[in-house]
Design a binder for this molecule. Structure first.
Ligand code: SDX
Length: 446
């Protein structure tokens, strides 16, 4: 007899099915609740709501566990290249040698942009944020392959996935080059995914960038660790857009926009800005932590806290160890690393953070490694987007394969009750909150 839950609302009792996940997570299926009771649920920020069934990634936030298709992130970080991790997330199994070779060839074949796309970069102002460019150019790239819009077969999907995964890297590097006024650099097919990106970022017409293998490995690790993470804000956005039948490129371009926010993918840059502020202001770590604990400061400890992890983010642990190793091997002495360590120690020994179960997340140390690689601050969130692309593609595929109805959440309405239309001569002025001066009172717009 399948397990059920009972819900009592306004004197009536409703029986709801229970869904049990692979790792024995328990969910109450409320999909029929409104039809049976007229009642909906409310969950600000979806903190307690499962939006879908998914077989891609599993997180146990209490234990600090993260697995891609059942494989612990620690093993994947140790053994996988980014293309291999991408195949695992998209297709569910680690690729054979032949599959990996074919996949890598496909990525190489699609690394170029149509020449017409390069012309778009002349139209972006030099100070354009690369996340705006990345989102715009992903959609623009789909215009050159209309079959992607229709997406009718597994072969078309694989071609689209390879194009998107490969071109995201090229688009990102070109955005950086355009922002510093340097000529755009074409990819080199003999270079692997990460080395090719670094080449496109840092080579100049008269001198090719020769990446240190340590730097290539560090970039590979960063991308692998960011590759997927259940139904986070940007991945849920991709699924939301995909659920309307939108194509892979449009859905992932939307994911880029969601990731941009400082509470999500923008946090890696915000962490470095926070560390630089502390370093340059001469403020002690103790004083900064005191500011964070003072609610009136509205200051958050960036790179700390997580909706799901109430323990150390396993990715942060891996990146912290790698930061040490990479900076030592590259003989870089970055004061930000020591400061980050001191900040972490101060926070983790403070009851405010302990009681709220706030630990370092993936963004706390990732910026330190990206600085060591030579990635400029404004490109940090773009790196997160490049890394997260396989997860977005894998989630889009689950929707495309028919596992999700169109997303259409309900709401609890809190606006005015029924009222009459008022002719313009009868209306009274209602000042606009937050606007001051004559705009608010007389309504005169400047
Ligand atoms: C990512 O979802 C994912 O999986 C995301 C991600 C992925 O791979 O996709 O892991 C990537 O986005 C990591 C998170 C990066 N963002 C940051 O580092 C920004 C700083 N962190 C916070 O803004 C916050 O912790 C969030 C946004 C990450 C989570 O927010 P929640 O779950 O909505 O938690 P909350 O804001 O309700 O906080 C609960 C309490 C509050 O205090 P009270 O009102 O209960 O007194 O904890 C406090 C918060 O003020 N708090 C913090 C804090 N984070 C939470 N206080 C100080 N500093 C912080 N960083």
């Amino acid at each position: 007899m399948p397990e059920t839950a009972t819900l009592q609302v306004q004197g009536k009792t409703y029986t709801l099915p229970i869904v049990i996940g692979t790792e024995n997570e328990v969910a109450v299926d409320i999909s029929k609740l409104r039809a049976e009771s007229g009642v909906i649920t409310l969950d600000d920020g979806y903190g307690n709501t499962g939006s879908c069934r998914s077989a891609i990634t599993f997180i146990d936030g209490e234990k600090g566990i993260l697995r891609y298709r059942g494989i612990p992130i620690e093993r994947i970080a140790e053994h996988s290249t980014f293309p291999e991790a991408a195949w695992l997330l998209i297709y569910g199994e680690l690729p054979t040698a032949e599959q990996l070779e074919c996949w890598s060839d496909l990525l190489s074949r699609h690394e170029m942009l149509h020449e017409g796309l390069y012309k778009h970069y002349d139209g972006f102002p030099s100070q354009s944020h690369p996340m705006a460019i990345l989102s715009a150019m992903i959609n623009a790239a789909s215009c050159y392959t209309p079959e992607i819009i229709k997406m009718e077969s597994p072969e078309t999907f694989q071609s689209a996935a390879a194009r998107l995964l490969s071109k995201t890297r090229t688009i990102a590097a070109a955005a950086y080059k355009a922002s510093i006024g340097q000529p755009l650099v074409y990819p080199k097919p003999h270079l692997d995914y990460c080395a090719n990106f670094l080449h496109m970022m840092f080579s100049i017409p008269f001198r090719d960038y020769e990446p240190d293998p340590e730097i290539v490995d560090a970039l590979q690790l960063i991308l692998v660790l960011h590759a997927d993470h259940e139904q986070n804000c940007s991945t849920s956005t991709v699924r939301m857009v995909a659920s309307s039948g939108a194509n892979l490129f449009a859905s992932c371009a939307a994911g880029v926009c969601a990731l941009w926010g400082p509470l999500h993918g923008g946090a890696n840059a915000a962490v470095i800005e926070m560390l630089q502020y502390i370093h340059e202001s001469g403020m002690s770590v103790k004083d900064y932590v005191a500011k964070v604990k003072d609610k009136t400061s509205h200051i958050k400890l960036m790179g700390f806290g997580h909706r799901v992890y109430k323990n150390y983010d396993p990715r942060a642990r891996i990146i912290k160890q790698a930061a040490d190793r990479v900076l030592n091997k590259l003989q870089i002495n970055d004061p930000m690393l020591d400061l980050a360590r001191a900040l972490e120690e101060a926070a983790l020994s403070d009851s405010y953070f302990q009681e709220k179960k706030l630990y370092p997340n993936v963004d706390f140390y990732s910026g330190i490694i990206m600085r060591a690689i030579g990635i400029p601050l404004e490109m940090f969130t773009v790196m997160f987007a490049i890394g997260r692309m396989p997860g977005w593609i894998a989630n889009w595929k689950e929707v495309w394969e028919g596992q999700t109805r169109i997303y259409r959440p309900r709401q609890v309405y809190t606006g005015p009750a029924l009222r009459e239309y008022v002719s313009i001569g009868q209306r009274r002025l209602v000042p606009i909150p937050g606007l001051s001066g004559e705009v608010a009172v007389s309504g005169a717009c400047r």
